[in-house]
Design a protein around this ligand. Structure first.
Ligand code: HEC
Ligand code: HEC
Length: 490
């Protein structure tokens, strides 16, 4: 059975608990040496504990809400800083107006007001946005367990993704799409106006993010105008962050720099509050503020962590060993360009060579849609106490083209990790990529194989890479593969 089957979801969370509490090593004091400021690399590997802080700060350490106990617990495939398998996915809890579905995303003002009013009782974050992280663990385990039970008391609603065709590749696409990893849960009572869904985000690799950070906004905007001018199906939009910059990080391009993402990751994934980001709050706490105001990680430590992450180099492409191999890879790349993959997966963007992305958001079709973080409630206060509420709705079908450098080392693929192979990743593309995927489908098997071989050449593990030791940094044994190559839990 797939680990994503509904029944296993809650168990997965609770297993996460048991696992995390088991794997905190008894000593792990390698950073306790007060004179020595830990290096960025040491901070990336550091196993954090609750109520254990560096001497200069007076925070609460790990948590109270957290997804893992170190950065490397998730970012480790192909070496330290790499991507993560599906067990490291971050899960998101989203509330939606009751009648809504992913395909039919229509909302009226009244429905939205009711949505936010009612769902804020479930989690304080739902006062202003329709999604929050569903953390794997908490230092307040008993209370968190009770809160989770409350959420999971909601009954599951069957979800279907109709797909009819007699072509085998289409059937395969249907299988992948009907396994869409979004779970909807709904409380039985008629007075509840919202439904809940749980969706997930795949852990991307950090190799080369320092280069991405330095790509100039103009290079990305130029790609946007070129696609617009061309007038074809591919018409990406540059992601604009809340502070008006071009977003280059995250599956939706919501952050503009590695520094911003890192302070957020500290706060959200590990529960380390810092000067730039408050730690995630406890859903069951009645206090309006997210815990104490003291910091768990200092500005200078974050700076070191950012420097380390920025220094992770992109993985080089595999060099062909024979002339024949070289020809095949070249032909594979020509086909990749010819069938339109390179319209979005652009080989070189400004200073970033062989990156294969345009950093634009594309409408990938309703089947890849995920309504998480799609609705924001903004309250504007005016002089005299008058308030105005505005709702901002984002397109749930848009995703930023992920760079393909190093992709051979970063399976599973797509924002939710639903594709185990390149072939599966390609056939679930829809929307603006449909024309390109149709062309891929019509290639002869030999040509298709060449495209896949080309992708497989992107990313080679270096023999010098340190292989992080799982047990020491808080992540589990690699999951067994099922017969069909899907992940299973014992
Ligand atoms: C529980 C697993 C997990 C942990 C722990 C974790 N991350 Fe991540 N990381 C993710 C996921 C998932 C994303 C993608 C999030 C998204 O796009 O919404 C991500 C994205 C990132 C990105 C943006 C990469 C890009 O190209 O878009 C950076 C930078 C990053 N993480 C750094 C860190 C650092 C530094 C730490 C430790 C403080 C850390 N992460 C801890 C799962 C994790
Ligand atoms: C319209 C733009 C567009 C086109 C054309 C396109 N892609 Fe993509 N590609 C994307 C986006 C956006 C994603 C991420 C979507 C998601 O996560 O849901 C993606 C994801 C991928 C991934 C997974 C990467 C990862 O790290 O998870 C691979 C592999 C890939 N594309 C290869 C291809 C190939 C091969 C083609 C040509 C047949 C192609 N793409 C055509 C935009 C495009």
């Amino acid at each position: 059975m797939s680990i994503y089957s509904r029944g296993n979801l809650l168990r997965g969370l609770l297993l996460g608990f048991a696992f995390l509490s088991q794997t905190v090593p008894a000593e792990g004091r390698f950073l306790q040496d007060d004179e020595k400021q830990p290096s960025g690399e040491a901070l990336f590997k550091k196993v954090w504990k609750s109520n254990e802080v560096e001497s200069t700060d007076s925070g609460d350490g790990l948590g109270p809400m957290f997804n893992a106990i170190s950065c490397v617990a998730c970012h480790n495939q192909g070496g330290m800083g790499g991507s993560g398998d599906n067990l490291t996915n971050v899960q998101i809890l989203t509330v939606l107006p009751r009648q809504d579905s992913r395909r039919n995303f229509r909302l009226d003002r009244l429905a939205l007001e009711m949505l936010f009013e009612q769902s804020a009782k479930l989690h304080p974050d739902f006062k202003f946005k329709n999604s929050t992280i569903l953390h794997r663990s908490s230092s307040e385990i008993a209370q968190y367990g009770n809160w989770l039970k409350d959420v999971f008391e909601f009954k599951s609603v069957a979800k279907t993704t109709g797909f009819e065709s007699n072509r085998t590749m289409m059937e395969e696409r249907g299988r992948l799409l009907s396994e869409t990893p979004i779970y909807r849960v709904k409380k039985g009572s008629a007075k509840d106006r919202f439904t809940i869904q749980i969706s997930r985000r795949n852990t991307p690799s950090l190799f080369g993010v320092g280069i991405i950070d330095s790509i100039s906004s103009n290079d990305i905007l130029a790609l946007e105008s070129a696609q617009k001018k061309k007038g074809g199906p591919v018409k990406g939009r540059a992601p604009i962050t809340n502070d008006g910059k071009i977003g280059k990080f995250g599956w939706r391009g919501e952050k503009s720099s590695v520094a911003e993402f890192t302070s957020q990751a500290c706060a959200v994934e590990l529960g380390l509050s810092n000067a730039d980001h408050p730690q995630a709050r406890m859903p069951f706490s009645k206090s309006p503020q997210a815990g104490k105001q003291s910091h768990d990680i200092s500005k200078s430590e974050i700076k070191k962590l950012v420097e380390f992450v920025n220094s992770l180099e992109p993985k080089p492409a595999k060099l062909p060993e024979t002339g024949n191999e070289s020809q095949l890879l070249q032909k594979g790349q020509e086909l990749f360009n010819f069938i339109g993959c390179a319209d979005c997966h652009v080989q070189t963007v400004g200073i970033a060579q062989n990156i294969y992305s345009d950093f634009l958001l594309h409408d990938m079709g309703s089947e890849l849609a995920d309504a998480s973080h799609s609705i924001e409630r903004k309250v504007h206060s005016f002089y005299g106490g008058r308030e105005e509420v505005e709702f901002e709705i984002k397109n749930p079908q848009r995703w930023q083209t992920p760079p393909l450098w190093g992709a051979a080392l970063s399976a599973p693929y797509m924002h939710d990790g639903r594709a185990d192979s390149f072939h599966d990743a390609i056939i679930v593309h829809g929307g603006e990529a449909s024309t390109s995927v149709d062309k891929y489908r019509r290639l002869s098997p030999a040509d298709r194989k060449m495209v896949l071989e080309f992708l497989q050449s992107l990313g080679q593990e270096s023999t010098l890479d340190e292989k992080p030791n799982p047990a020491a940094h808080g992540w589990g044994p690699p999951p067994r593969k099922s017969r069909k190559g899907r992940l299973v839990r014992n």
